[in-house]
Design a protein around this ligand. Structure first.
Ligand code: OKP
Ligand code: ZN
Length: 342
């Protein structure tokens, strides 16, 4: 399996995030991608290629509001002119049910274009986010060219990003952009999101559409971030009703329970008749993950890769979360090697 990767993510670094009321160094750090690419090399998963320059900033507008992408492109320069070279972070959000104008101020725009204070923006954030989109678009091209699988090693992750809001370490929704690109090429696309957190951005982007199936396995919103989405009764809207499947699990889920949900999700994908699969590959379901509460073990990721392979679909793996950094390479590449060997 080919891996698409660039070091352009490295400028998205030295972030701080609010954890339980304290500002702490961000869990979503450059070393995550480094340890995964190291493991890809160590097991000789396959060739490693740089992304093609596919115009990720413009292509992102296939799923994102143009004004949101333009905001991301310019916000840190504007921020830096006032506050110096430190991170910009949303901290005030629109009130429910009030008419929302796009503010002119930095703080107002940061809040308008975010749903939480979990997506810090530093000088290198936009370059990294666009490189991640180019990575996912290059992966998509490989599948369109006939590859049966590809691994897009994107960083930062994307699945929380909505059409016009950053949040949860996410800015541009790499997997959604890949899926939309497949859909525009006439493919019948399913997205399987196995990240520990509900992919609220991906869900929202495709919620009213019957042509892209979204299946997500995640920590139950009663327990877990993003708290306001991910319930089982969110099944899609209008023409999209029945084309969103949420499979939430309460804290403590281990492989036995997880495997049942994965089986349900995979059967739905087969019934949908997908001809291409995008996997939002988050590894924060691991038992040692510092911000998560499932109990998967190294070898469970082999079973995950085998089950996904049994769908017999061209499969585009797109990197999402996973914060037990020292284990992240093994867990990620276990999914991929088992898929490849199946
Ligand atoms: C991004 B991805 C934990 C706070 C959680 C946000 C987590 C974002 C995860 N106390 N903060 O889905 O891996
Ligand atoms: Zn996650």
């Amino acid at each position: 399996m080919e891996t698409i990767f660039t070091t352009d993510h490295e400028g998205h670094a030295d972030t701080f995030e609010l954890i339980d009321g304290q500002m702490l160094p961000g869990f979503e750090m450059p070393r995550r991608a480094q340890i995964v690419i190291d493991r890809v090399r160590a097991v000789a998963l396959g060739p490693i290629s740089a992304p093609e320059p596919l115009g990720g900033a413009e292509a992102a507008k296939r799923v994102h509001a143009p004004a949101y992408v333009d905001f991301l492109a310019t916000i840190h320069d504007r921020w830096r002119a006032h506050y110096g070279d430190r991170q910009a972070l949303a901290f005030t959000f629109p009130c429910r049910n009030l008419h929302q104008k796009v503010p002119e101020s930095l703080a107002g725009q940061l809040g308008y274009y975010a749903f939480d204070a979990g997506a810090p923006i530093v000088a290198g954030t936009f370059k990294a986010a666009v490189a991640a989109v180019d990575t996912a678009l290059t992966g998509t091209q490989r599948i369109e060219g006939g590859a049966t699988s590809v691994f897009s090693l994107c960083r930062p992750p994307g699945h929380h990003a909505t059409a016009d809001q950053a949040g949860g370490y996410c800015y541009l929704n790499n997997a959604a952009i890949a899926a939309e690109t497949f859909a525009r090429a006439g493919r019948r696309v399913a997205i399987l999101d196995v990240d520990y957190h509900h992919g609220n951005g991906t869900q929202a982007i495709f919620y009213d559409r019957p042509d892209v199936l979204v299946v997500s396995l995640h920590g139950h919103p009663l327990d877990e971030y993003p708290y306001f989405a991910g319930y089982e009764d969110e099944r899609g809207a209008g023409a999209g009703e029945g084309f969103n499947l949420n499979l939430p699990m309460r804290w403590g889920a281990a492989w036995d329970r997880y495997a049942e949900a994965l089986e349900t999700g995979c059967r739905r994908i087969a019934a949908f008749g997908a001809d291409v699969l995008v996997v939002s590959l988050g590894l924060d379901t691991y038992k040692e993950d510092p911000i998560s509460h499932f109990r998967l073990e190294h070898q469970d990721y082999l079973r995950m890769g085998e089950r996904i392979a049994a769908l017999r679909l061209p499969t585009h793996f797109v990197m999402e979360g996973g914060y037990a950094v020292e284990a992240l390479g093994i867990n990620t590449v276990n999914v991929l090697t088992a898929f490849q060997g199946a």
